[in-house]
Design a protein around this ligand. Structure first.
Ligand code: SAM
Length: 200
Protein backbone atom coordinates (compact mmCIF):
# COMPACT_ATOMS: atom_id res chain seq x y z
CA UNK A 1 0.00 0.00 0.00
CA UNK A 2 1.20 3.49 -0.76
CA UNK A 3 1.64 6.11 1.96
CA UNK A 4 2.58 9.72 1.26
CA UNK A 5 3.72 11.51 4.44
CA UNK A 6 1.49 9.28 6.60
CA UNK A 7 -1.53 9.56 4.28
CA UNK A 8 -2.83 6.33 2.75
CA UNK A 9 -3.53 6.69 -0.97
CA UNK A 10 -4.30 4.58 -4.00
CA UNK A 11 -2.80 5.04 -7.45
CA UNK A 12 -5.75 6.61 -9.33
CA UNK A 13 -5.38 9.67 -11.49
CA UNK A 14 -8.65 11.46 -10.64
CA UNK A 15 -11.09 11.87 -7.77
CA UNK A 16 -14.14 9.58 -8.01
CA UNK A 17 -16.42 10.52 -5.11
CA UNK A 18 -14.97 13.86 -4.00
CA UNK A 19 -11.94 12.43 -2.20
CA UNK A 20 -8.80 14.59 -2.02
CA UNK A 21 -5.96 14.06 -4.49
CA UNK A 22 -2.37 14.04 -3.29
CA UNK A 23 0.53 14.10 -5.73
CA UNK A 24 -1.45 12.28 -8.39
CA UNK A 25 -2.92 9.73 -5.97
CA UNK A 26 -6.40 9.30 -4.45
CA UNK A 27 -6.55 9.81 -0.68
CA UNK A 28 -8.08 6.75 1.02
CA UNK A 29 -9.92 7.99 4.13
CA UNK A 30 -9.98 5.61 7.16
CA UNK A 31 -13.25 7.20 8.34
CA UNK A 32 -14.95 6.22 5.08
CA UNK A 33 -13.38 2.81 4.56
CA UNK A 34 -12.81 0.02 7.09
CA UNK A 35 -10.08 -1.39 4.86
CA UNK A 36 -8.22 1.93 5.15
CA UNK A 37 -8.93 2.05 8.91
CA UNK A 38 -7.35 -1.39 9.32
CA UNK A 39 -4.22 -0.16 7.52
CA UNK A 40 -4.06 2.96 9.73
CA UNK A 41 -4.26 0.69 12.78
CA UNK A 42 -1.18 -1.23 11.66
CA UNK A 43 -2.86 -4.21 9.96
CA UNK A 44 -2.53 -3.16 6.34
CA UNK A 45 -2.87 -5.97 3.84
CA UNK A 46 -0.60 -6.10 0.81
CA UNK A 47 -2.42 -5.47 -2.45
CA UNK A 48 -0.03 -6.71 -5.16
CA UNK A 49 -1.09 -6.18 -8.81
CA UNK A 50 -1.77 -9.90 -9.34
CA UNK A 51 -4.33 -10.12 -6.49
CA UNK A 52 -7.90 -11.27 -7.10
CA UNK A 53 -10.48 -10.11 -4.58
CA UNK A 54 -14.05 -11.08 -3.74
CA UNK A 55 -15.77 -8.16 -2.01
CA UNK A 56 -19.09 -8.72 -0.22
CA UNK A 57 -21.15 -5.63 0.67
CA UNK A 58 -19.74 -3.31 -1.99
CA UNK A 59 -22.30 -0.50 -1.47
CA UNK A 60 -21.49 2.47 -3.77
CA UNK A 61 -18.02 1.11 -4.49
CA UNK A 62 -16.02 3.57 -2.36
CA UNK A 63 -13.60 0.98 -0.94
CA UNK A 64 -13.91 -1.23 -4.03
CA UNK A 65 -12.58 1.62 -6.18
CA UNK A 66 -9.44 2.03 -4.04
CA UNK A 67 -8.73 -1.71 -3.94
CA UNK A 68 -9.23 -1.85 -7.71
CA UNK A 69 -6.58 0.88 -8.11
CA UNK A 70 -4.07 -1.68 -6.83
CA UNK A 71 -5.16 -5.15 -7.92
CA UNK A 72 -5.95 -7.21 -10.99
CA UNK A 73 -9.62 -7.92 -10.39
CA UNK A 74 -12.38 -7.25 -7.84
CA UNK A 75 -15.64 -9.22 -7.84
CA UNK A 76 -18.03 -6.88 -5.99
CA UNK A 77 -21.34 -8.17 -4.60
CA UNK A 78 -24.12 -5.84 -3.43
CA UNK A 79 -27.79 -6.50 -2.69
CA UNK A 80 -29.34 -3.01 -2.63
CA UNK A 81 -30.50 -1.53 -5.96
CA UNK A 82 -29.56 2.12 -5.33
CA UNK A 83 -25.89 1.70 -4.44
CA UNK A 84 -25.76 -0.94 -7.18
CA UNK A 85 -26.33 1.81 -9.76
CA UNK A 86 -23.17 3.64 -8.63
CA UNK A 87 -21.30 0.35 -8.53
CA UNK A 88 -22.36 -0.45 -12.11
CA UNK A 89 -21.25 2.95 -13.30
CA UNK A 90 -17.88 2.45 -11.55
CA UNK A 91 -17.50 -0.98 -13.18
CA UNK A 92 -18.20 0.58 -16.59
CA UNK A 93 -15.31 3.01 -16.07
CA UNK A 94 -12.91 0.32 -14.88
CA UNK A 95 -11.87 -2.82 -16.67
CA UNK A 96 -11.14 -4.78 -13.50
CA UNK A 97 -14.37 -4.60 -11.46
CA UNK A 98 -17.06 -7.24 -11.91
CA UNK A 99 -20.22 -5.89 -10.26
CA UNK A 100 -22.71 -8.52 -9.12
CA UNK A 101 -26.16 -7.69 -7.84
CA UNK A 102 -26.71 -10.53 -5.41
CA UNK A 103 -27.56 -11.65 -1.92
CA UNK A 104 -24.46 -12.82 -0.04
CA UNK A 105 -26.60 -15.28 1.92
CA UNK A 106 -27.21 -17.09 -1.40
CA UNK A 107 -23.78 -17.43 -3.03
CA UNK A 108 -24.98 -20.35 -5.15
CA UNK A 109 -26.88 -17.80 -7.27
CA UNK A 110 -23.73 -15.98 -8.42
CA UNK A 111 -21.12 -18.74 -8.00
CA UNK A 112 -20.91 -19.30 -11.79
CA UNK A 113 -19.65 -15.69 -12.19
CA UNK A 114 -16.77 -16.17 -9.75
CA UNK A 115 -13.37 -17.76 -9.64
CA UNK A 116 -11.29 -18.54 -6.56
CA UNK A 117 -9.65 -15.47 -5.06
CA UNK A 118 -6.64 -14.53 -2.93
CA UNK A 119 -8.56 -12.16 -0.66
CA UNK A 120 -12.13 -12.34 0.60
CA UNK A 121 -13.30 -9.01 2.03
CA UNK A 122 -16.65 -8.86 3.80
CA UNK A 123 -18.36 -5.68 4.99
CA UNK A 124 -22.01 -6.71 5.00
CA UNK A 125 -24.49 -5.03 7.31
CA UNK A 126 -26.41 -8.21 8.11
CA UNK A 127 -27.30 -10.30 11.17
CA UNK A 128 -25.81 -13.41 9.49
CA UNK A 129 -22.24 -12.22 8.95
CA UNK A 130 -20.70 -15.48 10.23
CA UNK A 131 -22.84 -17.68 7.98
CA UNK A 132 -21.97 -15.51 4.98
CA UNK A 133 -18.23 -15.77 5.66
CA UNK A 134 -18.46 -19.55 6.12
CA UNK A 135 -20.47 -20.00 2.92
CA UNK A 136 -17.80 -18.14 0.92
CA UNK A 137 -14.80 -20.19 2.18
CA UNK A 138 -15.10 -22.26 -0.97
CA UNK A 139 -14.13 -19.23 -3.10
CA UNK A 140 -10.87 -18.61 -1.23
CA UNK A 141 -7.62 -20.11 -2.56
CA UNK A 142 -5.35 -22.11 -0.25
CA UNK A 143 -3.31 -19.61 1.74
CA UNK A 144 -5.85 -16.87 1.00
CA UNK A 145 -6.97 -14.28 3.52
CA UNK A 146 -10.39 -13.33 4.88
CA UNK A 147 -10.93 -9.80 6.21
CA UNK A 148 -14.26 -9.82 7.99
CA UNK A 149 -15.55 -6.44 9.17
CA UNK A 150 -17.92 -7.39 11.97
CA UNK A 151 -20.63 -4.81 12.50
CA UNK A 152 -21.68 -5.93 15.95
CA UNK A 153 -24.82 -3.75 16.10
CA UNK A 154 -26.21 -5.50 12.99
CA UNK A 155 -26.00 -8.82 14.85
CA UNK A 156 -27.25 -7.66 18.25
CA UNK A 157 -28.04 -4.02 19.02
CA UNK A 158 -27.78 -4.42 22.79
CA UNK A 159 -25.10 -7.07 23.45
CA UNK A 160 -21.48 -6.27 24.30
CA UNK A 161 -19.53 -5.92 20.99
CA UNK A 162 -16.74 -8.18 22.28
CA UNK A 163 -19.22 -10.90 23.13
CA UNK A 164 -20.85 -10.66 19.69
CA UNK A 165 -17.41 -10.84 18.08
CA UNK A 166 -16.52 -13.96 20.12
CA UNK A 167 -19.70 -15.59 18.80
CA UNK A 168 -18.73 -14.82 15.20
CA UNK A 169 -15.19 -16.17 15.72
CA UNK A 170 -16.60 -19.38 17.18
CA UNK A 171 -19.07 -19.78 14.33
CA UNK A 172 -16.51 -19.35 11.54
CA UNK A 173 -13.81 -21.44 13.27
CA UNK A 174 -14.46 -24.66 11.27
CA UNK A 175 -13.64 -22.68 8.09
CA UNK A 176 -11.15 -20.02 9.18
CA UNK A 177 -8.18 -19.71 11.53
CA UNK A 178 -8.11 -16.38 13.34
CA UNK A 179 -4.90 -14.33 13.05
CA UNK A 180 -6.02 -11.04 14.65
CA UNK A 181 -9.02 -9.19 16.05
CA UNK A 182 -8.75 -5.44 15.51
CA UNK A 183 -11.23 -2.96 17.02
CA UNK A 184 -11.69 -0.24 14.40
CA UNK A 185 -11.99 2.66 16.89
CA UNK A 186 -11.74 5.58 16.52
CA UNK A 187 -12.62 5.28 12.81
CA UNK A 188 -15.65 2.97 13.02
CA UNK A 189 -17.34 2.47 16.39
CA UNK A 190 -18.61 -0.98 17.40
CA UNK A 191 -16.80 -2.62 14.50
CA UNK A 192 -14.14 -5.32 14.78
CA UNK A 193 -11.99 -6.52 11.90
CA UNK A 194 -11.19 -10.23 11.92
CA UNK A 195 -8.07 -11.16 9.99
CA UNK A 196 -8.27 -14.88 9.17
CA UNK A 197 -6.76 -17.62 7.02
CA UNK A 198 -8.78 -20.34 5.41
CA UNK A 199 -8.59 -23.70 7.21
CA UNK A 200 -7.36 -26.44 4.85
N1 SAM B 1 -17.98 -1.79 2.03
C1 SAM B 1 -18.60 -0.53 1.73
C2 SAM B 1 -17.51 0.51 1.62
O1 SAM B 1 -16.51 0.46 2.33
O2 SAM B 1 -17.64 1.40 0.75
C3 SAM B 1 -19.67 -0.20 2.74
C4 SAM B 1 -20.61 -1.36 2.96
S1 SAM B 1 -22.05 -1.01 3.94
C5 SAM B 1 -21.42 -0.89 5.55
C6 SAM B 1 -22.84 -2.59 3.97
C7 SAM B 1 -23.43 -3.00 2.65
O3 SAM B 1 -23.85 -4.38 2.77
C8 SAM B 1 -24.70 -2.21 2.26
O4 SAM B 1 -24.49 -1.58 1.02
C9 SAM B 1 -25.79 -3.27 2.16
O5 SAM B 1 -26.73 -3.04 1.15
C10 SAM B 1 -24.96 -4.52 1.89
N2 SAM B 1 -25.64 -5.79 2.22
C11 SAM B 1 -26.43 -6.06 3.31
N3 SAM B 1 -26.87 -7.32 3.25
C12 SAM B 1 -26.35 -7.88 2.12
C13 SAM B 1 -26.43 -9.16 1.51
N4 SAM B 1 -27.16 -10.16 2.08
N5 SAM B 1 -25.77 -9.38 0.36
C14 SAM B 1 -25.02 -8.39 -0.22
N6 SAM B 1 -24.91 -7.14 0.30
C15 SAM B 1 -25.55 -6.89 1.46
Amino acid sequence: MIWINGVLVSPGDRSLYGERMLRGHRVWDPYRSKFAALAHLGYGVDLPPSLRVLYLGAAHGTTVSHIADYVECVYAVEIAPRPMQDLLSLARQRGNIVSIMGDATRPEEYAPLLERVDLLYQDVASPCQAEIASAHRVFLKEGGLLLLMVKTRSIDTTADPDEVTRGVIEEISPSYRLKAVVPLDPYHRDHRALVCEGVK
